[in-house]
Ligand binder design. Structure first.
Ligand SMILES: [Zn+2]
Length: 246
């Protein structure tokens, strides 16, 4: 009788472990590191098998041309979250990215320290990703590099409200956030087709990365790094993709 009870409780522990295993834990170090993402779940196979993965080194420009890209971003009440991998602000409908005549609605912005994209091997200390989706669910992301310099006022609002640990989206009472404050004065971009830089690494993402960095203070960059840690995926092969630059 006693041994049956032991067996039963051992079985329930095993079941609990299996259930926990349904949500594979990916991260940026150890067992869950980017090199292992493809093995953590059958849903993550593209992370290893995909041929159009992000981020890449943007030095590999093989087409010249000015991509016509414009933003129409609006100030809205600040809502922040920490998903355990990044700090993110969500946006209400209404802000848009227009690229190649297509309209994508701004959904959220999140951050990576160091930057994920590189230019001639150089990575910046911080990169913002503005994630947009069109009516069919196609994604367009706008990457903005930050270099160390003057503090950024909008970033200060976000850092002050950023949850230190994993937390669902929370409205920040009385704070208006203007995403335009995280954009360079004129928007010229590298453009290429890539992927999400986190599992499941889905491809078909219209990438735009601004060719001019803006500044954040050393303290702001450090504050985000303290919360997020190292959350940049290593550079991926460009393969024979079209990378458009000016
Ligand atoms: Zn990102």
């Amino acid at each position: 009788m006693h041994s049956l009870l032991v067996m039963a409780s051992a079985a329930s522990v095993a079941l609990a472990a299996a259930a926990a295993g349904n949500a594979p834990h990916w991260s940026y170090e150890g067992e869950g590191a980017p090199d292992h993402w493809m093995k953590l779940s059958s849903d993550f196979v593209t992370c290893g098998a995909g041929k159009m993965q992000s981020p890449i080194d943007l030095q590999a420009v093989n087409a010249r041309g000015a991509t016509v890209v414009a933003t129409n971003y609006q100030t809205s009440p600040l809502t922040v979250l920490n998903n355990g991998h990044t700090v993110q602000a969500n946006f209400a409908a209404g802000s848009k990215l227009i690229s190649g005549g297509r309209e994508f609605g701004l959904v959220q912005v999140h951050f990576h320290t160091l930057s994920e994209h590189a230019v001639s091997g150089k990575r910046y200390p911080l990169e913002a990703h503005f994630v947009h989706a069109d009516s069919a669910g196609k994604l367009a992301v706008l990457g903005i590099f930050f270099e160390e310099g003057a503090a950024n006022a909008e970033l200060s609002k976000l850092i002050a409200a950023a949850p230190k640990h994993k937390q669902d989206a929370t409205p920040v009472a009385g704070v208006q956030f203007d995403p335009n404050g995280l954009l360079p004065p004129s928007l010229n971009v590298y453009r290429y087709m890539g992927s999400l830089t986190t599992p499941p690494c889905t491809e078909g993402v219209n990438w735009h990365v601004a060719d001019k960095a803006i500044t954040a203070s050393k303290e702001q960059i450090a504050a985000l790094h303290v919360i997020m840690g190292d959350n940049a995926r290593p550079l991926q092969p460009a393969n024979n993709r079209l990378i458009v630059g000016r």
